[in-house]
Design a protein around this ligand. Structure first.
Ligand SMILES: [Zn+2]
Ligand SMILES: [Zn+2]
Length: 354
């Protein structure tokens, strides 16, 4: 049998630093930070990349009357009361409308069936709505804070109503920007989908944070936030209520997490003041990406406690922003690990300066 080469000098070339594996305290997954192939932050800018625009002759959201009837309308920061069947007022600024091509449909029976002796099916019961801001060209990074607050008002308003329904056990809110991030319509919009089940990533985070809480009587997210605020090198921005960081075990280059400084498990309980602070943090974070990386495609999404009646006091809600700066290929798809080619500390330093 051939012996393994243990001569280290032959393994590590001078001047080449190895990549670093970093452990995510919550998911308990490892990520790869390829410090050896690290790029300078500026090289992530997409100046020279041709922007792929969604070509659409008519934007469906510019003619909002042609869409499904809205479930919530806001105008200049205020909720508009309207009757079913009435026309949408012309001065609308943000609306939530049922998706014309929903992945989930409300008020179906949650029939769980066995298709045969091996496979199971269930009806995809749930809400699927689209939150649309009026301006076709202005993305969230370019809105005023009061306008971003209105978007959060709509998220929150719909969230609170949806969780009243029996078939809703989780509310997923997300936003896709750019074709590489899966946005099929160029007009800025977010989506809200409710599910009768809890996905495995979130379930893992719930279990692990609960175990940590049982052992230490502390929230793992609060512990990490305190560390980051003291340590500072991964902090991108903070205001009175919120902290924006590039997480230690970033899954992607320039990933950011926005979390409340106060321990808040349930997004539905957010206060007016916190909504305004969150709006500022989200707006600042997205604007830094816009300027620093030249308007990259990105996804952002909320992780919060499920609404299935269980106790999740140990959990801490937060938003994750994931820029699309790399194309997922075999390794990423096979392992779920992106080889991040910038250290989160360098990414945070660069974004702080924007
Ligand atoms: Zn439009
Ligand atoms: Zn906490």
């Amino acid at each position: 049998m051939a012996k393994k080469n243990k001569d280290k000098s032959k393994v590590c070339l001078p001047g080449v630093c190895p990549s670093e594996l970093r452990f995510d305290l919550v998911s308990k997954d490892w990520v790869v930070i390829a410090t050896g192939r690290a790029k300078r932050p500026e090289t992530f800018k997409r100046e020279k990349r041709a922007k792929k625009e969604v070509s659409q002759r008519v934007c469906p959201f510019d003619k909002i009357d042609t869409q499904e009837e809205p479930t919530l309308i806001f105008s200049q920061g205020k909720k508009v009361f309207f009757k079913i069947g009435n026309k949408i007022p012309k001065n609308w600024t943000t609306v939530s409308i049922p998706n014309k091509y929903p992945a989930f449909i409300p008020y179906l029976k949650l029939d769980r069936k066995s298709k045969d002796s091996l496979f199971q099916t269930m009806n995809a019961v749930g809400f699927h709505e689209v939150v649309v801001t009026k301006d076709h060209k202005k993305q969230i990074a370019q809105l005023q804070i009061s306008q971003v607050k209105e978007v959060i008002d709509v998220y929150h308003g719909r969230f609170k109503e949806m969780i009243e329904e029996k078939f809703v056990n989780y509310v997923s809110i997300f936003h896709n920007h750019g074709t590489e991030a899966g946005a099929s319509i160029a007009h800025p919009h977010s989506q809200i989908i409710t599910t009768p089940l809890i996905d495995s990533d979130l379930r893992k985070a719930l279990v692990n944070s609960k175990n940590y809480y049982k052992k230490h009587r502390k929230c793992i997210y609060c512990v990490m936030s305190d560390w980051e605020r003291k340590n500072k090198e991964r902090v991108v921005f903070e205001n009175k209520g919120f902290l924006v960081i590039c997480p230690f075990a970033s899954k992607a280059a320039f990933e950011m997490i926005i979390s409340p400084k106060k321990h808040l498990p349930y997004f539905e309980k957010i206060s007016e003041k916190e909504k305004l602070q969150l709006a500022q943090a989200l707006r600042v974070a997205l604007n830094k990406l816009y300027k620093g990386l030249g308007d990259p495609a990105y996804n952002f999404y909320l992780h919060t406690a499920p609404c299935d009646g269980e106790n999740y006091d140990h959990y801490h809600w937060h938003w994750t922003i994931l820029p699309k700066t790399a194309t997922w290929a075999g390794f990423e798809l096979g392992t779920g690990i992106e080889i991040s080619t910038i250290e989160p500390e360098k990414a945070a330093e660069y974004l702080r300066k924007q």
